[in-house]
Ligand binder design. Structure first.
Ligand SMILES: NC(=O)c1ccc[n+]([C@@H]2O[C@H](COP(=O)([O-])OP(=O)(O)OC[C@H]3O[C@@H](n4cnc5c(N)ncnc54)[C@H](O)[C@@H]3O)[C@@H](O)[C@H]2O)c1
Length: 255
C-alpha cells in the first residue's frame, strides 16, 4: 500500500476519521490538503478552511485547491442531531457539488472515496426516490427536489447516507468509463469519534443496545482510515462503484 507521489484532498481533517486518513496518507507518502470548517490539529501539507454546506464556500475552497490531484476523500459530515437541512447540505448536496467542481482536476487513475454509513444500508427500500434525487444535476436542483420531497428530521441522517450510496453507485459508472476516475463509498459501523454520542442520542438506547450485542466494539478511526487510503491507492485500481462496509461484521448480522 503506497501513496508515494500522490496528492490527496481530504475533507473533515479537523477530527475523527478525516484526521486519521490525513495522518495515515501522509505516512504512506501522500501530500495531503485538508478541508474543514475547523482548523486541523495535525500536520498537513495544506489546509483550506471552508463551510462545506454552502456551494459558494465550496467554490471558494476549490479555487484554493491544487490544479491537479490524485484523490478526493469526502469525510466531513454531521450527525442526525443536526437540522435536516444541514445534514442534506453537508452529507449529500455539498459533497456532490465538491466532486463535480474538482472532477476536471482528477486525472485518469485517480479516486474519490465517500464516507457513507452502515445506517445507509436500507437504500434499496427507497431506490426510486434516491435515483430521482441523484438525477438532479446541481446543488440548487437537488435542494429544489428536496423542498418538494421533504425528509423527516428523525430519518434524515439515514436518508442522506442512503442517497449518497445510490448517487455514488450510479455516478461512478460514467466517471470510470469516460474519465478513468474511480468512485466508491466506505460504510463504517459505529466508530469512536467525537460524534459517536450524537449517534446514540439519534438512534435511542434500545437500538444501540441491540447493535451492541452484535459487535465486539465500535471501530477505532484508524481501522476505517486504512480502508479509505487503500481505496485511494493503485492497489484498488479496478474497484469502482462499490459500497464497502467497514463495521466489524455488524451489517452481516442483519441478514
Ligand atoms: N463516528 C461514527 O460512528 C460514524 C459512523 C458511520 C459514518 N460516519 C461518518 O464518518 C464521517 C466522519 O465522521 P467522524 O465520526 O470522523 O466525525 P467528527 O465529528 O469527528 O468529524 C467530522 C468532521 O467534519 C467536519 N465538518 C462538519 N460539518 C462541516 C462543514 N459544514 N464544513 C466543513 N467541515 C465540516 C467537522 O468539523 C469535523 O472535523 C461522517 O461523514 C460521518 O457521518 C461516522
Amino acid at each position: 500500500m503506497n501513496l508515494q507521489g500522490k496528492t490527496i484532498v481530504v475533507t473533515g481533517t479537523a477530527s475523527g476519521i478525516g484526521a486519521e486518513v490525513a495522518r495515515l496518507a501522509r505516512f504512506q507518502g501522500a501530500r495531503v490538503i485538508g478541508v474543514d470548517r475547523n482548523p486541523p490539529s495535525l500536520t498537513l501539507d495544506g489546509f483550506v478552511q471552508a463551510d462545506l454546506s454552502s456551494p459558494a464556500a465550496i467554490d471558494a475552497a476549490v479555487a484554493q485547491l491544487p490544479q491537479r490531484f490524485d484523490a478526493l476523500c469526502n469525510i466531513a459530515g454531521v450527525p442526525g442531531t443536526a437540522p435536516s437541512d444541514a445534514v442534506a447540505r453537508v452529507n449529500y448536496l455539498g459533497l456532490r457539488h465538491l466532486c463535480t467542481q474538482v472532477l476536471d482536476r482528477l486525472p485518469t487513475g485517480s479516486a474519490i472515496v465517500n464516507v457513507a454509513s452502515i445506517l445507509g444500508a436500507e437504500w434499496p427500500q427507497r431506490l426510486t426516490q434516491h435515483k430521482a434525487l441523484a438525477a438532479t444535476d446541481s446543488f440548487e436542483a437537488g435542494a429544489q427536489w428536496l423542498a418538494q420531497h421533504p425528509v423527516a428530521q428523525e430519518r434524515c441522517y439515514q436518508y442522506f447516507k442512503e442517497a449518497l450510496i445510490v448517487w455514488t453507485t450510479v455516478q461512478s459508472q460514467a466517471w470510470f468509463l469516460q474519465r478513468g476516475v474511480r468512485m466508491n463509498c466506505v460504510a463504517p459501523g459505529p466508530v469512536f469519534t467525537p460524534i459517536l454520542g450524537d449517534f446514540v442520542a439519534m438512534l435511542g438506547e434500545e437500538r444501540v443496545q441491540q447493535d451492541a450485542h452484535r459487535m465486539a466494539r465500535p471501530a477505532y478511526a484508524d481501522e476505517v482510515a486504512s480502508v479509505i487510503t487503500w481505496l485511494c491507492s493503485d492497489a484498488a485500481r479496478w474497484v469502482s462503484g462499490v459500497n464497502l462496509p467497514v463495521d466489524g461484521g455488524l451489517a452481516s448480522t442483519y441478514l
